[in-house]
Design a protein around this ligand. Structure first.
Ligand code: AMP
Length: 380
């Protein structure tokens, strides 16, 4: 095993599928990984050298992880930012910067930050009670969104308020979290750009993709996004502005809305590898996971070249509840230029992210047709 730049072991806070794919990339580059995750035998434990079982919010467990590794990164926003900040102040390398994680993990602060840096976002406002919500409904008009400020990935903390009558049920559902409201954006497409900053300050982006969400969960990613060259480059410029405003080394995913009149707004930032970049494993000469490991290890970033004209990624969501027994993977991969990733989660549940499929092709319709066909072969 070869070691780069005197650094041997990478600690990853969070051991889900993102941690697993990061550990795979780290192994390819010659690094060891240790992951911290509360679930024994978490997906990343299949690829990492070791798993520490514990919550990614638990300061003691993060300190325990830090003792065993040379650099720390995270695959989940709910990682304890204060503990990471303390470690960084003591001289431990933590990437991306815990300061940036603190801004991003509070979706309201994140929106404030973007607005202060002149980055276009939907109008938003802090909400403390139902009365605030009523007032905001009058200002924004209906529908608008009530959103949890913290720990709200995959749309779990969102409620679309269609009329005044929805306000009380929305509060009932989201009351355990501080909230904010956001104006509804009548988007025509959702776009995303995965960008990475190296330690030398260099920023590299993958081409803009289109993401399609169902029930707030990312379902399909089309790369490149089927929009004009001008819109694609506008999205990539916007992503670069976001990275320039934020501190931190590593991968950031910028999710965006495209409106009918060609405006591109930032929806949200993830300070980590992201579902909208999974296709990069097969579709580019270096994946988002490899770029992240390269960035945090101080290695040069790759200018990724595409391995095919286009690619499509479809998530494999759980279909039932119980032990996860994937079937049909071989039949799916036999379609050619089709790769199935199964994350190794022990239990399946409806809508749980259990794996994904990436297809490569000459046209998006060909790639998507194959991905849909592949998905039909698989049950989990
Ligand atoms: P989020 O987790 O906040 O990114 O929201 C998940 C999904 O909800 C997004 O990908 C959109 O499809 C939808 N969504 C979120 N915010 C808005 C908004 N302000 N207007 C319209 N749709 C939204």
């Amino acid at each position: 095993m070869k070691f780069h730049y005197g650094m041997k072991t990478i600690g990853i806070v969070g051991g889900g599928q993102l941690g697993k794919m990061l550990a795979d990339a780290a192994k390819k580059l010659g690094f060891k990984t240790i992951v911290l995750d509360p679930t024994p035998n978490a997906p990343a434990s299949l690829s990492a050298d070791k798993q520490i079982v514990g919550s990614f919010k638990d300061k003691q467990k993060i300190l325990e992880l830090a003792d065993e590794v040379d650099v720390i990164t995270f695959e989940i926003e709910s990682a304890n930012a204060e503990a990471l900040d303390e470690l960084e102040k003591k001289g431990k390398e933590v990437h991306p910067s815990p300061k940036t994680l603190s801004i991003i993990k509070d979706k309201f602060e994140q929106k404030n930050f973007l607005r202060e840096h002149d980055i276009a976002v939907a109008d938003f406002a802090l909400i403390e009670n139902e009365d605030d919500c009523l007032k905001q409904g009058k200002l924004f008009g209906y529908p608008f969104l009530l959103k949890a400020r913290f720990d709200a990935y995959d749309g779990r903390g969102n409620f679309v308020i269609k009329s005044e009558g929805d306000i009380t049920p929305a509060f009932e559902k989201l009351k355990s979290s501080p909230l904010y409201a956001e104006k509804f954006v009548p988007f025509v497409k959702e776009l995303a750009v995965v960008s990475v900053r190296g330690k030398d300050g260099k920023i590299v982006s993958f081409p803009t993709v289109e993401t399609v969400h169902k029930n707030n969960i990312c379902h399909i990613v089309r790369s490149p996004a089927p929009v004009s060259e001008e819109i694609r480059s506008r999205a990539e410029t916007l992503a670069r502005s976001v990275l320039s405003a934020l501190e931190g080394v590593g991968v950031f995913a910028i999710e965006m809305f495209l409106t009918a009149d060609g405006e591109v707004l930032v929806n949200e930032i993830a300070p980590r590898v992201h579902n909208s970049g999974h296709h990069t494993i097969e579709a580019f000469t270096a994946s988002q996971f490899e770029q992240h490991i390269r960035a945090i290890a101080g290695m040069p970033l790759v200018d990724p070249s595409p391995n095919a004209e286009v690619s499509v990624m479809i998530n494999i969501l759980g279909e039932q509840s119980g032990p996860a027994i994937p079937k049909g993977v071989m039949e799916a991969e036999n379609l050619g230029d089709t790769t199935v990733h199964i994350y190794g989660k022990m239990e399946t549940r409806p809508e749980r992210k259990m794996g994904h499929i990436t297809t490569l092709a000459k046209t998006l319709s060909e790639a998507e047709e194959k991905a849909v066909k592949a998905r039909k072969h698989i049950s989990i």
